[in-house]
Design a protein around this ligand. Sequence first.
Ligand code: ATP
Length: 455
Amino acid sequence: MESTDSAVMDKLVSLAKRRGFIFQSSEIYGGTGSVWDYGPLGVELKRNLRGRWWKAMVHQRDDIEGLDAAILMHPRVWEASGHVEGFSDPLVECRNCHRRFRADDPEIGGDQCPVCGSRDCFTEPRMFNLMFRTFMGPVEDAASTVYLRPETAQGIYVNFLNVLNSARQKIPFGIAQMGKAFRNEITPGNFIFRTREFEQAEMQFFVEPRTDEEWLEYWKGQRMAWIVELGIRAENLRFHEHAPEELAHYAKKAYDIQYCFPFGWQEFEGIHNRTDFDLSRHQEYSGKRLEYFDPVTQRRYLPYIIETSAGIDRTLLVVLTDAYHEEEVEGETRVVLRLHPALAPLKVAVFPLVRKDGMPEIAVEIHAALRAAAIPSFYDDSGSIGRRYRRQDEAGTPWCVTVDGQSTQDGTVTIRDRDTLRQIRVSANAIVEWVSDQLARPYVPPPPSARSASG
Ligand code: ATP
């Protein structure tokens, strides 16, 4: 990794903490490197991201139903899915410093410990299961062992018939859900990229077996379009098709959507053709028939499944990384998060230019009207106006409204645009309508020439 790239990550981590996006979990106890907490701005960003996904995948479609399955499931689920037997990574330990690594981690390719520098120091690889185990009920024995789900998908498969019948759907149709997943990763890292507790947004689309390849292509296109609509720069996105040796045991064909992170091209969403593997395994292990009866052809069959599987935290890292910009403005460095307004935690900040001459009263009124319309607004009357703008640039707030001397005369205020820095005058009474109107429009990020690269 080049130093400039790790510097970008350091800047992001520090901005995320400074502005209240993301904090290290249990920080006062020294923290843990593998889990993170979302602060006041982070929780809004994450909720907005989840909302965009749910809107596109559930609300705007007739052919997808939502689900919220429990994290704890019957332990047989994980036998049927193959996770008990095969959800493992090869683990090696350095005999000198006792740090543990994934044997397939490219960093230890040269047989040298990346931490203490010893050579030929690794133990033989042993397979390490990534599922977190716990016990259901007061007795801690093998019979009461349960797992924290390592993916949300299995909750969908076991509810396939429940959803099909209750929602009166017909194939092709899908089931979507979002929720926490847990993996005891050997080497978590890169901020929220790889953690042990994370959130997934998964959709399983059930199709007739001979139509699976078409549907895979369709979902590939849909998911790429969704991320591009969030304003992510197309040159930082690409598909990676899994080579035969990369394919998971259940997959016939698979693509990753990758982003060019500061630490290289990496996956943040997968689109997989899982065939009828999952339903046939659950049928076998549960002893319950999970076939679909086609009322038109009068045929029974096990549907194939096309899965779209995204990590919410990883997608949020894509959003933050792509939004992060530094640029020179009037001889000073401006740090700005160019977030899509629909994702921005705060939509507006309201400032009285000075704390006198009737300006605070007008500003308070605008702020209250925005809040009453459920438009997140921030009131700030401290520090120079330039500093107030900078704080909002770092938070990704798209519009700053300033009440000045003229406002007390003619009832107009300025609105400053985060991306273009242009200011317009609008009547104070029209602010709520103006912002609502802007939020309903598609976001057009400024052209590359008007931006400086994030690194
Ligand atoms: P990787 O190869 O990076 O471990 P994977 O191929 O095992 O990922 P999937 O099982 O396909 O990932 O999971 C789907 C999505 O869930 C990933 O694209 C990613 O966004 C997210 N995800 C998986 N593991 C983690 C993790 N440990 N931390 C954060 N997000 C994760």
